[in-house]
Design a protein around this ligand. Structure first.
Ligand code: HEC
Ligand code: HEC
Ligand code: HEC
Ligand code: HEC
Ligand code: HEC
Ligand code: HEC
Ligand code: HEC
Length: 259
Protein backbone atom coordinates (compact mmCIF):
# COMPACT_ATOMS: atom_id res chain seq x y z
CA UNK A 1 0.00 0.00 0.00
CA UNK A 2 2.75 2.43 1.03
CA UNK A 3 4.70 1.49 -2.09
CA UNK A 4 1.73 2.40 -4.26
CA UNK A 5 1.25 5.75 -2.53
CA UNK A 6 4.96 6.58 -2.95
CA UNK A 7 4.76 5.54 -6.57
CA UNK A 8 1.75 7.77 -7.18
CA UNK A 9 3.70 10.84 -6.01
CA UNK A 10 7.00 10.03 -7.67
CA UNK A 11 5.40 8.81 -10.88
CA UNK A 12 5.65 11.99 -12.96
CA UNK A 13 9.40 12.09 -12.25
CA UNK A 14 9.93 8.38 -12.82
CA UNK A 15 7.95 8.34 -16.01
CA UNK A 16 10.05 10.97 -17.75
CA UNK A 17 13.15 8.85 -17.42
CA UNK A 18 12.65 6.91 -20.57
CA UNK A 19 15.40 4.36 -20.35
CA UNK A 20 13.73 2.63 -17.44
CA UNK A 21 10.27 3.47 -18.67
CA UNK A 22 9.17 0.03 -19.69
CA UNK A 23 10.19 -1.29 -16.29
CA UNK A 24 8.32 1.46 -14.46
CA UNK A 25 5.18 0.74 -16.44
CA UNK A 26 5.51 -2.93 -15.67
CA UNK A 27 5.50 -2.16 -11.95
CA UNK A 28 1.75 -2.03 -12.33
CA UNK A 29 1.22 -3.70 -15.70
CA UNK A 30 2.68 -6.93 -14.50
CA UNK A 31 1.79 -9.37 -17.21
CA UNK A 32 1.80 -7.18 -20.29
CA UNK A 33 3.65 -9.13 -22.98
CA UNK A 34 6.32 -6.92 -24.53
CA UNK A 35 7.48 -9.31 -27.28
CA UNK A 36 4.86 -8.12 -29.81
CA UNK A 37 6.16 -4.54 -29.46
CA UNK A 38 9.76 -5.65 -29.77
CA UNK A 39 8.95 -7.59 -32.93
CA UNK A 40 7.13 -4.62 -34.49
CA UNK A 41 8.26 -1.63 -36.57
CA UNK A 42 8.15 0.38 -33.32
CA UNK A 43 10.76 -1.67 -31.51
CA UNK A 44 12.52 0.55 -28.97
CA UNK A 45 9.97 3.38 -28.99
CA UNK A 46 9.30 4.76 -25.51
CA UNK A 47 5.88 3.70 -24.17
CA UNK A 48 4.98 7.33 -23.59
CA UNK A 49 5.28 8.29 -27.27
CA UNK A 50 2.04 6.40 -27.87
CA UNK A 51 0.57 6.69 -24.38
CA UNK A 52 1.21 10.32 -23.44
CA UNK A 53 -1.67 10.16 -20.98
CA UNK A 54 0.17 7.58 -18.87
CA UNK A 55 2.29 10.40 -17.42
CA UNK A 56 -0.27 10.73 -14.67
CA UNK A 57 -1.67 7.95 -12.51
CA UNK A 58 -4.46 7.00 -12.49
CA UNK A 59 -4.70 7.27 -16.27
CA UNK A 60 -7.87 6.53 -18.11
CA UNK A 61 -7.96 6.57 -21.88
CA UNK A 62 -4.29 6.82 -22.79
CA UNK A 63 -4.37 5.74 -26.41
CA UNK A 64 -5.14 8.47 -28.88
CA UNK A 65 -4.72 8.46 -32.68
CA UNK A 66 -3.23 11.97 -32.28
CA UNK A 67 -0.12 10.37 -30.79
CA UNK A 68 0.32 8.16 -33.87
CA UNK A 69 -0.37 11.02 -36.28
CA UNK A 70 2.29 13.16 -34.57
CA UNK A 71 4.93 10.84 -36.06
CA UNK A 72 2.96 9.95 -39.18
CA UNK A 73 1.76 13.23 -40.69
CA UNK A 74 0.91 11.38 -43.92
CA UNK A 75 -1.95 9.66 -42.09
CA UNK A 76 -3.60 12.91 -40.98
CA UNK A 77 -6.11 12.59 -43.84
CA UNK A 78 -7.78 10.14 -41.47
CA UNK A 79 -9.32 13.07 -39.58
CA UNK A 80 -11.16 14.20 -42.71
CA UNK A 81 -12.44 10.70 -43.51
CA UNK A 82 -15.85 9.35 -42.58
CA UNK A 83 -14.14 7.20 -39.94
CA UNK A 84 -12.03 10.00 -38.41
CA UNK A 85 -14.85 12.54 -38.29
CA UNK A 86 -17.09 10.03 -36.54
CA UNK A 87 -14.26 9.16 -34.14
CA UNK A 88 -13.95 12.83 -33.17
CA UNK A 89 -17.66 12.87 -32.38
CA UNK A 90 -17.15 9.93 -30.04
CA UNK A 91 -19.01 7.43 -32.23
CA UNK A 92 -18.15 3.87 -31.11
CA UNK A 93 -17.50 1.16 -33.73
CA UNK A 94 -15.45 3.37 -36.06
CA UNK A 95 -11.84 2.34 -36.57
CA UNK A 96 -8.96 4.26 -34.99
CA UNK A 97 -5.40 3.65 -36.25
CA UNK A 98 -5.05 0.50 -34.14
CA UNK A 99 -8.24 -1.10 -35.49
CA UNK A 100 -6.64 -1.28 -38.94
CA UNK A 101 -2.92 -1.54 -38.09
CA UNK A 102 -2.87 -3.33 -34.73
CA UNK A 103 -1.68 -2.01 -31.38
CA UNK A 104 1.65 -3.32 -30.20
CA UNK A 105 2.31 -5.64 -33.09
CA UNK A 106 2.33 -3.14 -35.96
CA UNK A 107 4.18 -4.46 -38.98
CA UNK A 108 5.36 -2.84 -42.20
CA UNK A 109 2.46 -2.43 -44.61
CA UNK A 110 4.49 -4.55 -47.05
CA UNK A 111 4.64 -7.49 -44.62
CA UNK A 112 2.18 -10.20 -45.72
CA UNK A 113 1.19 -10.68 -42.06
CA UNK A 114 0.18 -7.03 -41.64
CA UNK A 115 -3.59 -6.59 -41.32
CA UNK A 116 -3.41 -4.01 -44.13
CA UNK A 117 -1.47 -6.21 -46.59
CA UNK A 118 -3.26 -6.89 -49.88
CA UNK A 119 -4.41 -10.34 -48.82
CA UNK A 120 -5.45 -9.47 -45.26
CA UNK A 121 -7.08 -6.08 -45.78
CA UNK A 122 -10.44 -7.36 -47.08
CA UNK A 123 -10.91 -9.22 -43.78
CA UNK A 124 -9.74 -6.23 -41.74
CA UNK A 125 -12.35 -3.93 -43.31
CA UNK A 126 -14.81 -6.80 -43.52
CA UNK A 127 -14.78 -7.27 -39.75
CA UNK A 128 -17.08 -4.24 -39.60
CA UNK A 129 -18.49 -4.01 -43.12
CA UNK A 130 -19.63 -7.60 -43.40
CA UNK A 131 -21.32 -7.21 -40.03
CA UNK A 132 -25.09 -6.72 -40.40
CA UNK A 133 -25.37 -5.20 -36.89
CA UNK A 134 -22.97 -2.31 -37.51
CA UNK A 135 -24.31 -1.75 -41.03
CA UNK A 136 -27.88 -1.52 -39.80
CA UNK A 137 -27.00 0.87 -37.00
CA UNK A 138 -25.30 3.23 -39.43
CA UNK A 139 -27.64 2.65 -42.36
CA UNK A 140 -24.86 1.20 -44.53
CA UNK A 141 -25.03 -1.60 -47.07
CA UNK A 142 -23.58 -4.76 -45.50
CA UNK A 143 -21.78 -7.85 -46.86
CA UNK A 144 -18.97 -5.81 -48.37
CA UNK A 145 -16.50 -8.62 -47.76
CA UNK A 146 -18.40 -11.43 -49.47
CA UNK A 147 -19.54 -9.21 -52.34
CA UNK A 148 -15.92 -8.21 -52.89
CA UNK A 149 -14.33 -11.64 -52.46
CA UNK A 150 -16.78 -13.14 -55.01
CA UNK A 151 -16.12 -10.36 -57.55
CA UNK A 152 -13.59 -10.71 -60.38
CA UNK A 153 -11.10 -8.65 -58.37
CA UNK A 154 -11.60 -10.75 -55.23
CA UNK A 155 -11.27 -14.04 -57.09
CA UNK A 156 -8.19 -12.78 -58.88
CA UNK A 157 -6.66 -11.74 -55.54
CA UNK A 158 -7.42 -15.12 -54.02
CA UNK A 159 -5.50 -16.70 -56.87
CA UNK A 160 -2.52 -14.65 -55.84
CA UNK A 161 -2.83 -11.70 -58.23
CA UNK A 162 -1.74 -8.99 -55.80
CA UNK A 163 -2.27 -6.21 -58.35
CA UNK A 164 -6.00 -6.88 -58.52
CA UNK A 165 -8.01 -4.14 -56.81
CA UNK A 166 -8.66 -4.54 -53.07
CA UNK A 167 -10.69 -2.26 -50.76
CA UNK A 168 -7.93 0.37 -50.63
CA UNK A 169 -7.46 0.62 -54.41
CA UNK A 170 -10.99 1.98 -54.80
CA UNK A 171 -11.77 3.52 -51.40
CA UNK A 172 -8.37 4.92 -50.43
CA UNK A 173 -6.71 4.08 -47.12
CA UNK A 174 -7.00 7.08 -44.83
CA UNK A 175 -9.29 9.43 -46.73
CA UNK A 176 -12.25 7.03 -47.01
CA UNK A 177 -15.51 8.83 -47.81
CA UNK A 178 -19.13 7.90 -48.59
CA UNK A 179 -20.10 7.47 -52.26
CA UNK A 180 -22.42 10.48 -51.98
CA UNK A 181 -19.48 12.75 -51.06
CA UNK A 182 -18.20 14.72 -54.09
CA UNK A 183 -14.60 14.27 -52.94
CA UNK A 184 -14.94 10.50 -52.57
CA UNK A 185 -12.89 8.22 -54.82
CA UNK A 186 -16.10 6.21 -55.34
CA UNK A 187 -18.33 9.19 -56.21
CA UNK A 188 -19.71 8.33 -59.69
CA UNK A 189 -17.89 11.36 -61.19
CA UNK A 190 -14.54 10.21 -59.83
CA UNK A 191 -14.84 6.54 -60.74
CA UNK A 192 -13.24 6.84 -64.22
CA UNK A 193 -10.11 8.20 -62.49
CA UNK A 194 -10.22 5.61 -59.69
CA UNK A 195 -10.64 2.64 -62.02
CA UNK A 196 -8.32 4.33 -64.52
CA UNK A 197 -5.35 3.75 -62.18
CA UNK A 198 -5.35 0.17 -63.47
CA UNK A 199 -7.76 0.21 -66.44
CA UNK A 200 -6.39 2.86 -68.80
CA UNK A 201 -9.17 4.49 -70.85
CA UNK A 202 -11.81 3.52 -68.30
CA UNK A 203 -14.70 5.74 -69.34
CA UNK A 204 -18.07 6.34 -67.77
CA UNK A 205 -19.60 3.20 -69.31
CA UNK A 206 -16.87 1.01 -67.89
CA UNK A 207 -17.69 2.18 -64.37
CA UNK A 208 -21.47 1.79 -64.62
CA UNK A 209 -21.65 -1.81 -63.44
CA UNK A 210 -22.05 -2.48 -59.74
CA UNK A 211 -18.91 -3.54 -57.91
CA UNK A 212 -20.54 -5.00 -54.82
CA UNK A 213 -23.22 -7.28 -56.21
CA UNK A 214 -25.46 -8.82 -53.59
CA UNK A 215 -27.31 -11.79 -54.99
CA UNK A 216 -30.42 -11.25 -52.85
CA UNK A 217 -34.00 -10.57 -53.86
CA UNK A 218 -34.75 -6.92 -53.24
CA UNK A 219 -31.12 -5.92 -53.78
CA UNK A 220 -30.13 -7.49 -57.11
CA UNK A 221 -33.17 -9.46 -58.22
CA UNK A 222 -31.75 -10.48 -61.62
CA UNK A 223 -28.48 -11.83 -60.27
CA UNK A 224 -30.33 -13.64 -57.50
CA UNK A 225 -32.79 -15.26 -59.93
CA UNK A 226 -30.09 -16.36 -62.37
CA UNK A 227 -27.98 -17.77 -59.54
CA UNK A 228 -30.97 -19.60 -58.06
CA UNK A 229 -31.86 -21.05 -61.47
CA UNK A 230 -28.34 -22.31 -62.09
CA UNK A 231 -27.96 -23.73 -58.59
CA UNK A 232 -31.23 -25.66 -59.06
CA UNK A 233 -30.42 -26.64 -62.63
CA UNK A 234 -26.91 -27.90 -61.86
CA UNK A 235 -28.21 -29.65 -58.73
CA UNK A 236 -30.90 -31.51 -60.70
CA UNK A 237 -28.45 -32.36 -63.44
CA UNK A 238 -26.08 -33.86 -60.88
CA UNK A 239 -28.96 -35.79 -59.29
CA UNK A 240 -30.10 -37.35 -62.57
CA UNK A 241 -26.56 -38.17 -63.52
CA UNK A 242 -25.93 -39.99 -60.23
CA UNK A 243 -29.25 -41.83 -60.44
CA UNK A 244 -28.33 -42.95 -63.94
CA UNK A 245 -24.97 -44.35 -62.77
CA UNK A 246 -26.56 -46.14 -59.80
CA UNK A 247 -29.32 -47.72 -61.92
CA UNK A 248 -26.77 -48.76 -64.48
CA UNK A 249 -24.60 -50.39 -61.79
CA UNK A 250 -27.57 -52.28 -60.34
CA UNK A 251 -28.44 -53.58 -63.78
CA UNK A 252 -24.88 -54.69 -64.37
CA UNK A 253 -24.72 -56.54 -61.02
CA UNK A 254 -28.01 -58.30 -61.69
CA UNK A 255 -26.85 -59.40 -65.07
CA UNK A 256 -23.70 -60.94 -63.57
CA UNK A 257 -25.79 -62.93 -61.08
CA UNK A 258 -28.20 -64.21 -63.68
CA UNK A 259 -25.65 -65.41 -66.18
C1 HEC B 1 0.73 3.05 -10.38
C2 HEC B 1 0.35 1.99 -11.24
C3 HEC B 1 0.49 2.23 -12.74
C4 HEC B 1 1.61 2.57 -13.44
C5 HEC B 1 3.02 2.84 -12.92
C6 HEC B 1 1.23 2.59 -14.86
N1 HEC B 1 -0.10 2.26 -14.98
FE1 HEC B 1 -1.14 2.10 -16.70
N2 HEC B 1 -2.82 1.61 -15.68
C7 HEC B 1 -2.91 1.48 -14.30
C8 HEC B 1 -4.26 1.12 -13.95
C9 HEC B 1 -4.77 0.89 -12.53
C10 HEC B 1 -4.98 1.05 -15.16
C11 HEC B 1 -6.47 0.73 -15.35
C12 HEC B 1 -6.61 -0.74 -15.60
C13 HEC B 1 -7.97 -1.13 -16.00
O1 HEC B 1 -8.88 -0.31 -15.96
O2 HEC B 1 -8.10 -2.28 -16.43
C14 HEC B 1 -4.06 1.35 -16.22
C15 HEC B 1 -4.40 1.35 -17.57
C16 HEC B 1 -3.49 1.57 -18.60
C17 HEC B 1 -3.80 1.52 -19.98
C18 HEC B 1 -5.14 1.14 -20.58
C19 HEC B 1 -6.11 2.30 -20.51
C20 HEC B 1 -6.61 2.63 -21.87
O3 HEC B 1 -7.63 2.11 -22.27
O4 HEC B 1 -5.97 3.43 -22.55
C21 HEC B 1 -2.67 1.82 -20.68
C22 HEC B 1 -2.50 1.90 -22.19
C23 HEC B 1 -1.64 2.07 -19.73
N3 HEC B 1 -2.18 1.91 -18.44
C24 HEC B 1 -0.35 2.40 -20.05
C25 HEC B 1 0.65 2.66 -19.12
C26 HEC B 1 2.01 3.01 -19.49
C27 HEC B 1 2.50 3.19 -20.91
C28 HEC B 1 2.68 3.16 -18.33
C29 HEC B 1 4.13 3.57 -18.19
C30 HEC B 1 4.50 4.83 -18.83
C31 HEC B 1 1.76 2.88 -17.23
N4 HEC B 1 0.55 2.59 -17.76
C32 HEC B 1 2.10 2.90 -15.88
C33 HEC B 1 -1.88 1.65 -13.40
C34 HEC B 1 -0.58 2.03 -13.72
C1 HEC C 1 3.43 2.40 -31.34
C2 HEC C 1 2.65 2.86 -30.26
C3 HEC C 1 2.70 2.15 -28.92
C4 HEC C 1 3.80 1.97 -28.11
C5 HEC C 1 5.23 2.38 -28.38
C6 HEC C 1 3.30 1.32 -26.90
N1 HEC C 1 1.95 1.11 -27.00
FE1 HEC C 1 0.73 0.30 -25.57
N2 HEC C 1 -0.85 0.36 -26.85
C7 HEC C 1 -0.83 0.94 -28.11
C8 HEC C 1 -2.12 0.82 -28.71
C9 HEC C 1 -2.50 1.31 -30.10
C10 HEC C 1 -2.95 0.15 -27.77
C11 HEC C 1 -4.43 -0.20 -27.92
C12 HEC C 1 -4.57 -1.55 -28.53
C13 HEC C 1 -5.96 -1.82 -29.00
O1 HEC C 1 -6.80 -0.94 -29.02
O2 HEC C 1 -6.17 -2.96 -29.39
C14 HEC C 1 -2.12 -0.11 -26.61
C15 HEC C 1 -2.55 -0.75 -25.45
C16 HEC C 1 -1.81 -0.82 -24.26
C17 HEC C 1 -2.30 -1.29 -22.99
C18 HEC C 1 -3.72 -1.74 -22.68
C19 HEC C 1 -4.13 -2.96 -23.39
C20 HEC C 1 -3.54 -4.23 -22.88
O3 HEC C 1 -3.09 -5.04 -23.70
O4 HEC C 1 -3.58 -4.45 -21.65
C21 HEC C 1 -1.27 -1.21 -22.09
C22 HEC C 1 -1.30 -1.58 -20.62
C23 HEC C 1 -0.11 -0.70 -22.82
N3 HEC C 1 -0.47 -0.48 -24.13
C24 HEC C 1 1.13 -0.47 -22.27
C25 HEC C 1 2.28 -0.14 -22.98
C26 HEC C 1 3.62 -0.16 -22.45
C27 HEC C 1 3.98 -0.52 -21.04
C28 HEC C 1 4.45 0.24 -23.45
C29 HEC C 1 5.97 0.35 -23.44
C30 HEC C 1 6.68 -0.86 -23.13
C31 HEC C 1 3.63 0.51 -24.62
N4 HEC C 1 2.31 0.27 -24.30
C32 HEC C 1 4.10 0.97 -25.83
C33 HEC C 1 0.25 1.56 -28.71
C34 HEC C 1 1.54 1.60 -28.21
C1 HEC D 1 -9.64 2.09 -42.17
C2 HEC D 1 -8.32 1.53 -41.95
C3 HEC D 1 -7.17 2.43 -41.57
C4 HEC D 1 -7.13 3.38 -40.57
C5 HEC D 1 -8.24 3.80 -39.63
C6 HEC D 1 -5.79 3.91 -40.57
N1 HEC D 1 -5.04 3.30 -41.55
FE1 HEC D 1 -3.07 3.63 -41.94
N2 HEC D 1 -3.20 2.47 -43.62
C7 HEC D 1 -4.30 1.74 -43.97
C8 HEC D 1 -4.05 1.11 -45.25
C9 HEC D 1 -5.01 0.22 -46.00
C10 HEC D 1 -2.75 1.49 -45.63
C11 HEC D 1 -2.03 1.22 -46.96
C12 HEC D 1 -1.41 -0.10 -47.08
C13 HEC D 1 -0.74 -0.22 -48.43
O1 HEC D 1 -0.54 0.79 -49.12
O2 HEC D 1 -0.45 -1.34 -48.79
C14 HEC D 1 -2.23 2.33 -44.57
C15 HEC D 1 -0.94 2.88 -44.56
C16 HEC D 1 -0.38 3.52 -43.44
C17 HEC D 1 1.02 3.88 -43.29
C18 HEC D 1 2.13 3.62 -44.30
C19 HEC D 1 2.45 4.84 -45.11
C20 HEC D 1 1.29 5.29 -45.96
O3 HEC D 1 0.73 6.38 -45.66
O4 HEC D 1 0.90 4.59 -46.90
C21 HEC D 1 1.13 4.51 -42.06
C22 HEC D 1 2.39 5.10 -41.45
C23 HEC D 1 -0.20 4.55 -41.46
N3 HEC D 1 -1.08 3.92 -42.32
C24 HEC D 1 -0.50 5.10 -40.23
C25 HEC D 1 -1.81 5.32 -39.76
C26 HEC D 1 -2.15 6.17 -38.63
C27 HEC D 1 -1.16 6.94 -37.81
C28 HEC D 1 -3.52 6.13 -38.50
C29 HEC D 1 -4.40 6.90 -37.52
C30 HEC D 1 -4.30 8.34 -37.55
C31 HEC D 1 -4.01 5.23 -39.53
N4 HEC D 1 -2.96 4.78 -40.29
C32 HEC D 1 -5.33 4.89 -39.69
C33 HEC D 1 -5.48 1.61 -43.27
C34 HEC D 1 -5.84 2.41 -42.19
C1 HEC E 1 7.59 8.42 -31.92
C2 HEC E 1 7.15 8.28 -33.29
C3 HEC E 1 6.13 7.24 -33.65
C4 HEC E 1 4.90 7.03 -33.06
C5 HEC E 1 4.30 7.72 -31.86
C6 HEC E 1 4.25 6.02 -33.87
N1 HEC E 1 5.07 5.62 -34.90
FE1 HEC E 1 4.60 4.35 -36.38
N2 HEC E 1 6.50 4.39 -37.07
C7 HEC E 1 7.50 5.21 -36.55
C8 HEC E 1 8.78 4.85 -37.18
C9 HEC E 1 10.11 5.49 -36.91
C10 HEC E 1 8.48 3.79 -38.09
C11 HEC E 1 9.46 3.00 -38.95
C12 HEC E 1 9.95 3.79 -40.10
C13 HEC E 1 9.14 3.55 -41.28
O1 HEC E 1 8.98 2.37 -41.66
O2 HEC E 1 8.60 4.51 -41.85
C14 HEC E 1 7.05 3.56 -38.02
C15 HEC E 1 6.36 2.66 -38.83
C16 HEC E 1 4.95 2.53 -38.83
C17 HEC E 1 4.19 1.77 -39.79
C18 HEC E 1 4.74 1.01 -40.98
C19 HEC E 1 4.91 1.99 -42.13
C20 HEC E 1 5.25 1.35 -43.44
O3 HEC E 1 5.61 2.12 -44.36
O4 HEC E 1 5.11 0.14 -43.62
C21 HEC E 1 2.87 1.89 -39.45
C22 HEC E 1 1.67 1.28 -40.16
C23 HEC E 1 2.81 2.72 -38.26
N3 HEC E 1 4.10 3.09 -37.92
C24 HEC E 1 1.65 3.04 -37.58
C25 HEC E 1 1.62 3.67 -36.34
C26 HEC E 1 0.46 3.72 -35.46
C27 HEC E 1 -0.90 3.15 -35.79
C28 HEC E 1 0.84 4.41 -34.33
C29 HEC E 1 0.01 4.68 -33.11
C30 HEC E 1 -0.54 3.52 -32.40
C31 HEC E 1 2.23 4.80 -34.52
N4 HEC E 1 2.67 4.31 -35.74
C32 HEC E 1 2.98 5.54 -33.62
C33 HEC E 1 7.34 6.19 -35.60
C34 HEC E 1 6.24 6.32 -34.78
C1 HEC F 1 -13.94 -0.90 -36.58
C2 HEC F 1 -14.93 -0.99 -37.64
C3 HEC F 1 -14.58 -0.50 -39.03
C4 HEC F 1 -13.48 -0.84 -39.80
C5 HEC F 1 -12.32 -1.75 -39.45
C6 HEC F 1 -13.65 -0.16 -41.07
N1 HEC F 1 -14.81 0.58 -41.06
FE1 HEC F 1 -15.57 1.68 -42.59
N2 HEC F 1 -17.04 2.39 -41.40
C7 HEC F 1 -17.30 1.96 -40.11
C8 HEC F 1 -18.44 2.68 -39.58
C9 HEC F 1 -19.05 2.50 -38.20
C10 HEC F 1 -18.86 3.60 -40.59
C11 HEC F 1 -20.01 4.60 -40.54
C12 HEC F 1 -19.52 5.91 -39.97
C13 HEC F 1 -20.61 6.95 -39.95
O1 HEC F 1 -21.48 6.92 -40.83
O2 HEC F 1 -20.55 7.83 -39.08
C14 HEC F 1 -17.96 3.36 -41.73
C15 HEC F 1 -18.07 4.01 -42.95
C16 HEC F 1 -17.41 3.61 -44.12
C17 HEC F 1 -17.69 4.08 -45.47
C18 HEC F 1 -18.75 5.10 -45.87
C19 HEC F 1 -20.10 4.46 -45.98
C20 HEC F 1 -21.23 5.46 -46.08
O3 HEC F 1 -22.02 5.36 -47.00
O4 HEC F 1 -21.32 6.33 -45.21
C21 HEC F 1 -16.85 3.44 -46.32
C22 HEC F 1 -16.76 3.57 -47.84
C23 HEC F 1 -16.00 2.58 -45.50
N3 HEC F 1 -16.37 2.72 -44.17
C24 HEC F 1 -14.99 1.77 -46.00
C25 HEC F 1 -14.07 1.09 -45.19
C26 HEC F 1 -12.87 0.44 -45.69
C27 HEC F 1 -12.47 0.39 -47.14
C28 HEC F 1 -12.24 -0.10 -44.60
C29 HEC F 1 -10.91 -0.80 -44.58
C30 HEC F 1 -9.76 -0.10 -45.17
C31 HEC F 1 -13.05 0.19 -43.43
N4 HEC F 1 -14.13 0.92 -43.83
C32 HEC F 1 -12.77 -0.26 -42.13
C33 HEC F 1 -16.60 0.98 -39.42
C34 HEC F 1 -15.41 0.39 -39.84
C1 HEC G 1 -13.09 -2.15 -57.71
C2 HEC G 1 -13.42 -1.14 -56.73
C3 HEC G 1 -13.90 -1.51 -55.34
C4 HEC G 1 -13.36 -2.44 -54.48
C5 HEC G 1 -12.20 -3.38 -54.73
C6 HEC G 1 -14.14 -2.36 -53.27
N1 HEC G 1 -15.12 -1.43 -53.38
FE1 HEC G 1 -16.46 -0.89 -51.96
N2 HEC G 1 -17.43 0.28 -53.32
C7 HEC G 1 -16.99 0.56 -54.61
C8 HEC G 1 -17.96 1.41 -55.28
C9 HEC G 1 -17.85 1.94 -56.70
C10 HEC G 1 -19.02 1.64 -54.35
C11 HEC G 1 -20.30 2.48 -54.52
C12 HEC G 1 -21.31 1.87 -55.44
C13 HEC G 1 -21.66 0.44 -55.12
O1 HEC G 1 -22.17 0.16 -54.05
O2 HEC G 1 -21.37 -0.43 -55.96
C14 HEC G 1 -18.65 0.91 -53.13
C15 HEC G 1 -19.38 0.90 -51.96
C16 HEC G 1 -18.89 0.49 -50.72
C17 HEC G 1 -19.46 0.80 -49.43
C18 HEC G 1 -20.72 1.64 -49.21
C19 HEC G 1 -20.33 3.07 -49.39
C20 HEC G 1 -21.47 3.98 -49.65
O3 HEC G 1 -21.26 5.20 -49.47
O4 HEC G 1 -22.55 3.52 -50.07
C21 HEC G 1 -18.66 0.24 -48.46
C22 HEC G 1 -18.84 0.33 -46.96
C23 HEC G 1 -17.61 -0.46 -49.17
N3 HEC G 1 -17.77 -0.29 -50.52
C24 HEC G 1 -16.61 -1.19 -48.56
C25 HEC G 1 -15.69 -1.98 -49.24
C26 HEC G 1 -14.82 -2.96 -48.62
C27 HEC G 1 -14.78 -3.26 -47.15
C28 HEC G 1 -14.09 -3.52 -49.62
C29 HEC G 1 -13.06 -4.63 -49.51
C30 HEC G 1 -13.48 -5.87 -48.84
C31 HEC G 1 -14.47 -2.87 -50.87
N4 HEC G 1 -15.45 -1.96 -50.59
C32 HEC G 1 -13.90 -3.14 -52.13
C33 HEC G 1 -15.81 0.12 -55.17
C34 HEC G 1 -15.01 -0.87 -54.65
C1 HEC H 1 -5.47 -1.66 -58.35
C2 HEC H 1 -5.84 -1.92 -59.71
C3 HEC H 1 -7.30 -1.97 -60.10
C4 HEC H 1 -8.29 -1.03 -59.88
C5 HEC H 1 -8.17 0.29 -59.12
C6 HEC H 1 -9.47 -1.52 -60.54
N1 HEC H 1 -9.22 -2.73 -61.14
FE1 HEC H 1 -10.53 -3.83 -62.24
N2 HEC H 1 -9.11 -5.27 -62.52
C7 HEC H 1 -7.79 -5.19 -62.08
C8 HEC H 1 -7.07 -6.38 -62.51
C9 HEC H 1 -5.60 -6.69 -62.25
C10 HEC H 1 -8.01 -7.16 -63.24
C11 HEC H 1 -7.77 -8.50 -63.93
C12 HEC H 1 -8.20 -9.63 -63.05
C13 HEC H 1 -7.93 -10.96 -63.73
O1 HEC H 1 -8.29 -11.09 -64.89
O2 HEC H 1 -7.41 -11.83 -63.05
C14 HEC H 1 -9.28 -6.43 -63.23
C15 HEC H 1 -10.45 -6.88 -63.84
C16 HEC H 1 -11.60 -6.12 -63.98
C17 HEC H 1 -12.78 -6.52 -64.75
C18 HEC H 1 -12.94 -7.84 -65.48
C19 HEC H 1 -12.85 -7.69 -66.97
C20 HEC H 1 -11.52 -7.19 -67.41
O3 HEC H 1 -11.50 -6.06 -67.95
O4 HEC H 1 -10.52 -7.87 -67.21
C21 HEC H 1 -13.68 -5.49 -64.67
C22 HEC H 1 -15.06 -5.39 -65.34
C23 HEC H 1 -13.10 -4.46 -63.81
N3 HEC H 1 -11.84 -4.89 -63.40
C24 HEC H 1 -13.73 -3.31 -63.43
C25 HEC H 1 -13.19 -2.35 -62.59
C26 HEC H 1 -13.90 -1.15 -62.17
C27 HEC H 1 -15.30 -0.77 -62.59
C28 HEC H 1 -13.05 -0.47 -61.34
C29 HEC H 1 -13.31 0.84 -60.60
C30 HEC H 1 -14.47 0.91 -59.76
C31 HEC H 1 -11.80 -1.23 -61.26
N4 HEC H 1 -11.93 -2.36 -62.02
C32 HEC H 1 -10.68 -0.85 -60.53
C33 HEC H 1 -7.22 -4.17 -61.35
C34 HEC H 1 -7.90 -3.04 -60.90
Amino acid sequence: MIAIIVLLFTWPVLATQQSEEAETCSLCHLDLPLEPLQASVHQGLPCMSCHPGAKVVPHERTMNPEACAACHPGARAYWESIHGRAYLQGVPDVPDCAACHGGHHILSTKDPDSPVSSLKLPQTCGRCHENAGISERFGLPSHRYTTYIDSFHGISLRYGNLVAANCTSCHGNHLILAASDKDSSIHPQNLPKTCGQCHPNAGENFTKGKIHVEARPGVSYGVWAVRLFYTGFIGLLGFFFLTHIVLDAIKWLRRRHVY
